[in-house]
Design a protein around this ligand. Structure first.
Ligand code: NAP
Length: 545
């Protein structure tokens, strides 16, 4: 550890300059708390800095995938698209950082490698890739749920002589696939978004699919003047509805009350014909994830889920011309939504192109990556480039990639060996004065993550103000409160269908990762109510001194 005299000392340090971190930094400044933010990249943006692959676009509507805390930002920013692409979202965060004058408090190009709690001083000491240290009473990890890319453990992976890419670490400069034979491994949200634009450029595109997923059409379009006017007039009211889960931003922001009429109703109250009409409207006009919100019980009732699943399976058969390809693209064996629903543009249509071929890895598994391509059990496919769209070590990866050592030398990696535990997804027993924005045990990426982050930032701001008002310098979640929260999270997950698919929600995509439903599945509204109750009871479940 660096000599005490060399260490920069502030009251709070924030790690990560994405949506959560930038807002947190602003909140700390509002509270008069001296703070620094450490960011590994050379700019703000968080996940939108790194995930700049062709086609990368948000699946929450832009107006609601934006900060609600600043009337100035709202007034001065205008989204161009219904669903903004990665570049526009990054420009938005750059605008926010400049408008709120945040950059002077950010240290870029420094990756936090270690964070150690000093019990005597009740402060965190962070060491970064620059070799510098920074000490802070409070450490807030805004490191994001989808940060650390996951590479598949395929023999020969590093021997490929062509170029390789990972969707979550895309180069800054444009990648040109013109005239190239390209292989894409992975058909989750990232793969299904990047496959259509890559297919337009590449000479040949081979899509290596292990598990067929459900993909819906985003139905993206430029924002209309009428929508801009509606938003300017009703932003406050729409956000209140969003926080109450009346609207989600997953395609329904500008839909009428009539469109939403049956959302709180049971699917079984409708005839098959009525349901079909509702689904068709959502497929053609609503787009995005509106299908999932057609009825209230899609993620809790197996029969309803199967009805929605069958509707999408039918759409795949309708769109894809080649019969075998259409069958290979049929998702089966897990409920729709239990793996994150993919929202894209013309994913299934892309398989009608003569230069695109689906390689079904259930029939011909990958044996190895060779210097010139991919060897399956059936053949060798010659390639010039391989794109790994193989996902993330989600929700915990960014935290466990930092050597976090809490009170009495307790290591987070050890602590979470059998599964991540936290109190409210906000803080961890044994790690005093440490906070996580969107940590495991919070709704995070299962809901509109910008909204979820704002709720965390507000909670943390309230907690720090409370500590200061009471003259406390140290807090910690009690073990009992953490255990109760874990029990509650598990009970909530049991009531849903999320446990029924091998997805990143459970850590199932990372070999050896304990299988635990990571995000809180009980819903944003009950979650927020629980946090509010904790705050208004002078922070029940926290010890303070
Ligand atoms: P993902 O959903 O985890 O998908 C990874 C894909 O790689 C899966 O198809 C997986 O197949 C495949 N794969 C992994 N290892 C493999 C192997 N060894 N061999 C063959 N295939 C392999 O990751 P993602 O697509 O990056 O998306 C992650 C999350 O990021 C999303 O769920 C979403 O929350 C977020 N995201 C959002 C957007 C958006 O807003 N529109 C865009 C991109 C990402 P299996 O299913 O068989 O494991």
């Amino acid at each position: 550890m660096a000599e005490q005299s060399e260490i920069m000392r502030v009251e709070a340090v924030v790690v990560g300059a994405g949506f959560g971190g930038l807002h947190m930094l602003h909140k700390l400044r509002e509270l008069g708390i001296e703070a620094r933010l450490i960011e590994a990249a050379d700019d703000v943006g968080g996940t939108w800095h790194w995930n700049r692959y062709p086609g990368a676009r948000c699946d929450v509507e832009s107006v609601l995938y934006s900060y609600s805390f600043s009337p100035v930002i709202d007034a001065e920013w205008r989204w161009s698209q219904r669903y903004a692409d990665h570049a526009e979202i990054k420009r938005y965060l750059q605008f926010v950082a400049d408008r709120l004058d945040l950059r002077k408090h950010i240290r870029f190009n420094e990756r936090v490698e270690r964070a150690q709690f000093d019990d005597d001083r009740s402060e965190w000491v962070l060491t970064t890739s620059s070799g510098q240290a920074i000490a802070a009473r409070f450490c807030i990890m805004a490191t994001g749920p989808l940060t650390v890319g996951q590479l598949p453990d395929i023999p020969g992976r590093d021997e490929f002589a062509g170029t390789t890419y990972h969707s979550a670490r895309w180069p800054q400069q444009k990648v040109d696939f013109t005239g190239k034979r390209v292989g894409v491994i992975g058909t989750g949200s990232s793969g299904t978004q990047l496959i259509p634009p890559v297919a337009e450029e590449a000479k040949r595109l081979f899509v290596f699919q292990r598990t067929a997923n459900f993909t819906v059409q985003a139905r993206n379009y430029p924002m209309t003047e009428a929508q801009h006017a509606l938003w300017a007039e009703n932003a406050g009211e729409m956000r209140v509805k969003m926080r109450a889960n009346v609207i989600t931003g997953a395609g329904d922001a500008f839909m009428t009350d009539e469109f939403r009429a049956h959302q709180q109703q049971d699917a079984h109250a409708f005839t098959p014909q009525e349901r079909q009409a509702i689904f068709e409207e959502r497929w053609r006009i609503g787009g995005g994830s509106t299908l999932m919100g057609a009825f209230r019980n899609v993620m809790t009732d197996e029969a309803t889920n199967e009805i929605v699943s069958n509707f999408v399976r039918g759409k795949i058969r309708e769109v894809v011309v080649d019969r075998q390809t259409a069958e290979d693209l049929q998702p089966s064996g897990f409920p729709i939504g239990a793996k994150r629903l993919c929202v894209g543009t013309d994913f299934y249509e892309t398989f009608n192109r003569p230069n695109v071929e689906l390689v079904n890895l259930r029939r011909e598994p990958i044996v190895s990556i060779t210097p010139t391509g991919i060897q399956t059990e059936a053949r060798h496919i010659e390639l010039d480039a391989i794109v790994f769209a193989t996902g993330f070590d989600a929700m915990t990866g960014a935290l466990t990639s930092i050597d976090i050592v809490g009170s009495s030398g307790r290591a987070l990696r050890e602590d979470w060996r059998d599964g991540a535990r936290s109190y409210l997804g906000l803080t961890i027993h044994g790690f005093p004065n440490l906070l996580t924005i969107g940590g495991p045990g919070s709704p995070s990426a299962l809901t509109n993550v910008v909204m979820a982050n704002e709720q965390h930032v507000d909670f943390i701001g309230g907690l720090l103000a409370h500590l200061r008002a009471q003259g406390f310098t140290r807090f910690e979640a009690s073990e009992a409160a953490q255990q109760n929260w874990a029990t509650h999270c598990a009970a909530m997950a049991e009531r849903t269908l999320f446990g029924r698919a091998d997805s990143w929600y459970l850590g199932a995509n990372v070999p050896g990762k304990p299988r635990v439903v990571l995000p809180y599945t009980g819903g944003f509204v009950p979650y927020r109510e629980k946090c509010d109750a904790v705050a208004s009871s002078a922070y029940d479940g926290f010890t303070m001194r």
